[in-house]
Design a protein around this ligand. Structure first.
Ligand SMILES: Cc1cc2nc3c(=O)[nH]c(=O)nc-3n(C[C@H](O)[C@H](O)[C@H](O)COP(=O)(O)OP(=O)(O)OC[C@H]3O[C@@H](n4cnc5c(N)ncnc54)[C@H](O)[C@@H]3O)c2cc1C
Length: 416
């Protein structure tokens, strides 16, 4: 392997994991971001290392629910109507990806990315002496009715096919495991061998600190242009006026990555799937593990900053102002599950983040089809924390000429 000089745009979980694995392989790496490591979408996610979630987010059963959700501006999935014409090609492609054959292929690709999620996380966090940020703890899914539980049997079957078992819980067992949960659920599903992180921002910070300790460079600036020469990315122009020559370039710019892919001539369908969180530092209840609730796609996770309620999906483009009512709605769903939850007060914090969403929910991992020295690592949708370290390892293997045996064809940039 010949070591090279590599520039990574984006210091989220994907960019920092990529930079760390490239550095471990012996390359000289510079990361550029306009905000501090982990202050983009990677800041406020639900913290789930959800490698067992093999079924795609958009599948036939969800398609049936979407029209009803779209009518409600505070529902789990919403689109600002003025934005619909722009997002239409994305939605049409998402619909095509919900056909059974595509669902099977996407499921296999998701399972492949999840296979080494935990060990790749451990590699980076152990090196950063921050292993305690990754917590091995089971999780629970809660159902109001037996019919809701039965409707999700295809998901559980897919999990079982890939070796991830779940167990049905009675209301009594739910109460025994988590006494502060409501007593009137019809049943639950217990997922063992699950992991979450204590704080996703701390994870990216720890990886970034280890990267700089080992000689990596992080530049805080906005990349406003990448100039091209002879089918190669030649130079980066920065907002503060500087220019930097490029040897090899990796785009890990999250929901903003299409700004670059489009310039380079690679056609990508990417939308900001905007999600919200609300954190209560002092929720007045005790929760030992994360849980999700079937009626609202939301995850509640105990973190070192307090109890985090995270979820929902809003299509409104990159720049529309946040609708904070969507964050407060998460509290209402959580209150249904945790009757003793304290009311929202001035200590609560709200956040909105832009998931980099592709219509098949799979990331782009691999070389540009147009420029010889450019690679991509973006589009991880709802799963970027989970798949971040593995994406970093896979890109490092590609750029080092030491590919592993993972089939990466589902992640090619020319699939759109
Ligand atoms: C509510 C919510 C809950 C979630 N829960 C989970 C979960 O439980 N588990 C899970 O696996 N995933 C979850 N996710 C998804 C996950 O957070 C994302 O997939 C992931 O953070 C994407 O990481 P990234 O590095 O691609 O993007 P980012 O973290 O956004 O990083 C991209 C970076 O690129 C920088 N950038 C872009 N353009 C430029 C430019 N021109 N110049 C300089 N810098 C630039 C940005 O500033 C940004 O810092 C959740 C997301 C949300 C919103």
């Amino acid at each position: 392997m010949v070591p090279s000089r590599i520039t990574v745009i984006g210091a989220g979980i994907i960019g920092m994991s990529t930079a760390a694995f490239l550095q471990r392989a012996g390359h000289k790496v510079t990361v550029i971001d306009r905000v501090a490591p982990g202050d983009g979408c990677s800041f406020g996610n639900a913290g789930g290392v959800a490698f067992a979630e093999v079924t795609p987010t958009i599948h036939p059963r969800i398609l049936l629910k979407i029209p009803g959700w779209l009518m409600d501006p505070l529902g789990p999935l919403t689109i600002r109507w003025s934005y619909l014409p722009k997002a239409l090609p994305w939605f049409l492609a998402a619909g095509r990806n919900a056909l059974p054959d595509r669902v099977r292929k996407i499921t296999a690709a998701r399972a492949a990315l999840g296979l080494r999620a935990v060990s790749d996380f451990e590699t980076l966090l152990q090196a950063a002496k921050a292993s305690e940020l990754l917590v091995r703890q089971d999780t629970i899914r809660l159902y109001d009715t037996e019919a809701q539980y039965q409707a999700e049997e295809p998901d559980r079957r897919a999990k079982r096919e890939y070796g991830y078992e779940t167990k049905k819980l009675t209301p009594g067992e739910i109460a025994e495991i988590e006494p502060d949960l409501a007593r009137d659920f019809a049943c639950g599903a217990f997922h063992g061998g699950w992991y979450h992180v204590r704080n996703p921002k701390s994870v990216v910070t720890a990886i970034a600190q280890e990267f700089t300790r080992n000689g990596g460079e992080i530049i805080l600036d906005d990349v406003i242009e990448v100039t091209q020469e002879a089918a190669r990315a030649a130079k980066i122009r920065l907002k503060t006026g500087g220019e930097r020559p490029l040897d090899r370039l990796v785009i890990c710019a999250g929901a903003y990555s299409n700004f670059f892919a489009r310039q380079f001539g690679d056609k990508v369908l990417l939308e900001a799937e905007r999600g919200y969180h609300l954190v209560m530092p002092d929720p007045g209840i005790t929760l030992g593990r994360s849980f999700s609730y079937v009626r609202t796609p939301m995850v509640v996770t105990p973190m070192d900053v307090g109890l985090r309620f995270a979820g929902t999906d809003e299509f409104a483009g990159l720049d529309a102002p946040p609708n904070w009512k969507r964050a407060d709605v998460l509290w209402h769903s959580a209150k249904r599950c945790l009757p003793k939850l304290r009311p929202i007060d001035e200590n609560v914090s709200r956040w909105m983040g832009r998931r980099p969403g592709t219509p098949d929910g799979l990331p782009v991992i691999g070389p540009s089809r147009k420029l010889g020295n450019v690679w991509y690592g973006f589009g991880h949708s709802h799963m970027g924390l989970t798949w971040g370290p593995t994406t970093g390892r896979l890109l490092s293997e590609m750029l080092s000429g030491t590919p592993g045996n993972t089939d990466l064809s589902a992640f090619r940039v020319d699939r759109f």
